[in-house]
Design a protein. Structure first.
Length: 141
């Protein structure tokens, strides 16, 4: 390799080493939303035929200051081949409240119940399928 080619290649490598990480990091400043992270009934993305069995339904019961949230995903539990991995409950700011993990060898259905005290406002449920990704639904408490 000639000296000029070596210098040109070295300068290009240093430039790429400085510019490439900057370009990669520029995309991380924007939070991922919607289909970048989860699917919904309104935006099922590539899983449009899976809404009925993957979107979690939310039932809410209030008694005094106690709120019971029941999440059901009408999805079959075919052992570890195809099942709902977990339900996650989020508050109005999408902050984690609680989760229920499922064991497909023991759980026949993806049903979870959570108890909240003195909560009002929007609530969100995530349902994670091992083959068809993460699904979000919301309700008002």
């Amino acid at each position: 390799m000639e000296r000029r080619d070596f210098i040109r290649l070295s300068v290009a490598s240093v430039g790429a080493g400085i510019i490439a990480p900057t370009i990669a990091l520029a995309n991380t400043s924007k939070p991922a939303v919607g289909a970048d992270v989860y699917y919904t009934k309104e935006a099922p993305g590539r899983w449009s035929g899976k809404v009925a069995t993957h979107s979690p339904s939310i039932e809410i019961e209030k008694a005094g200051g106690k709120v019971t949230v029941k999440i059901v995903t009408a999805h079959e539990m075919k052992g570890y081949e195809h099942y709902i991995v977990k339900h996650v409950l989020l508050d109005q700011n999408y902050a984690f409240i609680d989760e229920q993990l499922f064991d497909p060898t023991k759980n026949q259905a993806a049903i979870s119940t959570f108890t909240l005290h003195d909560y009002s406002g929007p609530i969100y449920a995530l349902s994670m399928c091992n083959k068809h990704d993460l699904w979000l639904n919301g309700a008002e408490v």
